[in-house]
Design a protein around this ligand. Structure first.
Ligand code: HEC
Ligand code: HEC
Ligand code: HEC
Ligand code: HEC
Length: 201
């Protein structure tokens, strides 16, 4: 009994430790630009958020995108990416380089962040031409490609989005809250483990 209790206490301590090492201190912590040092506000607000879930607070882009295409690509599109409110649009609201990093729907009580008009640069700038990036906004379906792992197996490790829980989006591979596996990868890509979660190669 005593041992069971201390085990529970240990687990509680470990999970608190993990939670405190998340957005804070990562590239996604822009709190030094926010008058009251808020972290989450660059992406979420509890009230008067944009129409996009989850309580999205970053101004959404109106850009048009060129999506990945190739002769051997079999997957169906998950729908329009342009002007959308889907999960990948949330990432693109900063990473396409068309909207300021601190350009928010609902500013905090002390006013807008100092980086309201600053556009992303460096490797974080993907731009609006996504034809040289891994396909996103597609339906994951092993029936279209014999060299894809079964969806039921993939979702044990990675999140697929949308009402059918079958859409491959940016957040399938990246967790914007956790940079323990840089760059913000859901699992470490050592020995290409991320790639082979889906590709039988
Ligand atoms: C740089 C942008 C960004 C920041 C900063 C950020 N988030 Fe998120 N968050 C997202 C995106 C994008 C999603 C949707 C994709 C996903 O679920 O991973 C999300 C999803 C969520 C969700 C719902 C899904 C889940 O994972 O439970 C919660 C709750 C959440 N965030 C809370 C927070 C809190 C609290 C903070 C501040 C400590 C924060 N986020 C900071 C981008 C961000
Ligand atoms: C509010 C703006 C914002 C949003 C929204 C946002 N990011 Fe970022 N992200 C940044 C900034 C700023 C950096 C740092 C860029 C740099 O210095 O190169 C960054 C860095 C990154 C990096 C590391 C890049 C590198 O140079 O190593 C990855 C990966 C990344 N973001 C993925 C995502 C994904 C995926 C989403 C959506 C789930 C997302 N981000 C949403 C602002 C944002
Ligand atoms: C299929 C998985 C996958 C998807 C989907 C994906 N990424 Fe990545 N991303 C990666 C991996 C893996 C890396 C690290 C590349 C490396 O280390 O060579 C990376 C790197 C990055 C970087 C750092 C820049 C660079 O050139 O390495 C950014 C920024 C980024 N991703 C943002 C995004 C955004 C935004 C989306 C959606 C539009 C997205 N990613 C979709 C797997 C993915
Ligand atoms: C969540 C599952 C998933 C992950 C993780 C993933 N992929 Fe993919 N990838 C896909 C799907 C689905 C397609 C589209 C396949 C098709 O339609 O033929 C694709 C397409 C591709 C293509 C283009 C194929 C073509 O026919 O043009 C390449 C190359 C590729 N992935 C490489 C990678 C690499 C490298 C990684 C790791 C960094 C990776 N993928 C991670 C699911 C994934």
């Amino acid at each position: 009994m005593k041992r069971a209790l201390s085990m529970a206490a240990l687990i509680a301590t470990v999970s608190v430790g993990v939670a405190s090492a998340q957005v804070s201190g990562t590239d996604h912590d822009m709190s030094t630009n926010e008058p009251t040092g808020q972290i989450c506000i660059f992406c979420h607000t509890p009230h008067n958020a944009s129409p996009a879930v989850p309580l999205w607070n970053h101004t959404l882009p109106t850009a048009s995108y060129t999506e990945y295409a190739s002769p051997t690509m079999d997957s169906a599109s998950a729908g329009p990416l342009q002007n959308g409110t889907g999960v990948s649009n949330l990432c693109l609201s900063c990473h396409d380089g068309t909207v300021g990093l601190g350009d928010l729907v609902n500013n905090g009580p002390a006013g807008p962040p100092t980086n309201a008009g600053t556009l992303i640069g460096g490797p974080g700038l993907l731009g609006t031409d996504l034809s040289n990036d891994h396909p996103i906004n597609i339906i994951y379906d092993e029936a279209v490609d014999a060299e894809l792992v079964a969806r039921a197996t993939v979702v044990l490790t990675l999140d697929l989005f949308g009402t059918g829980a079958d859409e491959l989006q940016c957040a399938t591979c990246h967790d914007p809250h956790n940079d323990n596996n840089q760059p913000f990868l859901v699992i470490a890509n050592t020995n290409s483990a991320l790639c082979t979660t889906c590709h039988i190669k």
